[in-house]
Ligand binder design. Structure first.
Ligand SMILES: [Zn+2]
Length: 416
């Protein structure tokens, strides 16, 4: 089925998208050269910079009469990237979200609060359409106005919330201030979290704070939006909807395909999209395709949860460090809260590496010795895993910035 779809998609793209045709011609490869699935690796990659350079319509394959929806995401500089979609593209995306929700155990009896931002960002509308298609009652709160979000959650017996993991943590802090206990005062039982890389340590922390089950939903605007993959009840990774999205893992340096089981950069081809098809799109997300079968019985392949993006990697004192590693180290210390910030700057001689983290309200004290014990634990945890000893600054509860969307946890002022 994947091969049949690819054998339609490649000539379609070749005929309609000049950039793709030019790159195939430069490589001396023709659509008819796709005979087996492995032949896909002969075709050129697409990257985020292609979308930026060809903005707004250069990679659009369908005529405007067939375009039904636009979504955009911010580019790294200047112009955004823009993804025009057909009605069928939106339908496939909706189905992907619906399948994820169903896999999480959500049914038409559930009340789903969508606290992802609505608009050009795919989070809000993606979750909304998927939940509605499943027959759920949807509460489209969008992001922001956190106190009202909590009031509606209580009053309308919301059972499912969709948002970024960092926003949920913020919501939990505000709920505590208002004296709202998720277990006692709400019917909330599922959280569907995505749009940011997050670690399993944060997931555990979210579940402990709120008593809900935290699910992971994966996707990106360039490919569809959320709903490309999701975790099953075994939670050891995410099933990819392989009938719509063809995954590959490549070595981020050589770009050669890697066998299943090895970690590298996730590359996705959209098998059914006709508005803005993506062929071998480099997601920059680091993952692995697992070998073997999942105990849940589903046969679609499982990717590891994305805990890091290759773009996020920091080089500090010559050591490669991912923010997610720092997060995992911090979460090993129960006295610190899941709110932190990594700050980098340069002095005359070397990089200054500081980690600021909030202390849990019940662990916060004014005594120097009490705080020093926590600081030492954090420092040892980071030293053990990352091999570096950053300056650790413990800050009082609720003092670091919060986010209503995707949070920024790294401030890198080196070379500025
Ligand atoms: Zn499974």
């Amino acid at each position: 089925m994947q091969l049949e779809k690819l054998q339609k998609l490649i000539p379609y793209e070749y005929d309609r998208v000049p950039l793709f045709r030019r790159r195939c011609d430069e490589k001396g490869i023709k659509p008819r050269d796709l005979v087996t699935l492995a032949d896909l690796a002969k075709f050129p990659f697409m990257k985020k910079t292609d979308l930026r350079d060809e903005y707004p319509y250069g990679l659009t394959a369908a005529p405007m009469s067939e375009i039904n929806r636009f979504h955009c995401s911010s580019g790294t500089t200047g112009k955004p990237i823009c993804i025009p979609q057909t009605a069928n593209d939106v339908e496939i995306w909706t189905e992907g979200v619906m399948r994820c929700l169903s896999m999480y155990g959500i049914t038409k009896d559930d009340v789903v609060q969508v606290s992802y931002g609505y608009g050009l960002f795919t989070g809000g509308l993606g979750a909304h359409y998927g939940a509605e298609k499943l027959g759920c009652a949807v509460l489209p709160t969008s992001a922001g106005n956190t106190e009202r979000q909590i009031m509606l959650m209580k009053d309308l017996n919301v059972t499912v919330i969709c948002c970024t993991p960092s926003y949920f943590l913020h919501l939990a802090t505000v709920a505590e201030k208002l004296g709202v206990d998720f277990r006692r005062d709400t019917k909330l039982r599922h959280g569907i979290f995505g749009a940011e890389p997050w670690t399993s340590e944060i997931r555990k922390r979210i579940e402990e704070i709120s008593g809900i089950t935290a699910h992971d939903i994966y996707g990106l605007t360039e490919i569809a939006g959320p709903g490309v993959a999701g975790n099953c009840e075994y939670c050891n990774g995410l099933h990819i909807w392989e009938d719509h999205f063809y995954p590959e893992i490549v070595d981020p340096d050589t770009l050669e395909p890697l066998p299943d089981g090895e970690e590298g950069e996730l590359v996705i081809t959209t098998l059914d999209r006709t508005g803005t098809p993506m062929i071998r799109y480099r997601t920059r997300d680091l993952s692995r395709l697992q070998t073997g079968t999942c105990p849940c019985g589903r046969t679609m392949r499982v990717m590891d949860r994305v805990h890091a993006r290759s773009d996020d990697m920091l080089i500090i004192h010559g050591v490669n460090v991912f923010p997610s590693q720092i997060e995992a180290c911090l979460m090993k210390v129960p006295q610190v809260a899941p709110h932190y910030m990594i700050e980098l700057s340069s002095t005359d001689t070397m990089d200054r590496f500081e980690v600021k983290v909030e202390v849990e309200p019940n662990a916060f004290s004014d005594t120097i010795s009490g705080m020093e014990t926590i600081r030492k634990k954090v420092s040892a945890s980071i030293k053990e895993i990352v091999g570096l000893s950053p300056i650790i600054t413990l800050v009082p509860p609720n003092t670091l910035p919060r986010s209503e969307g995707k949070i920024k946890r790294v401030i890198d002022n080196r070379g500025k």
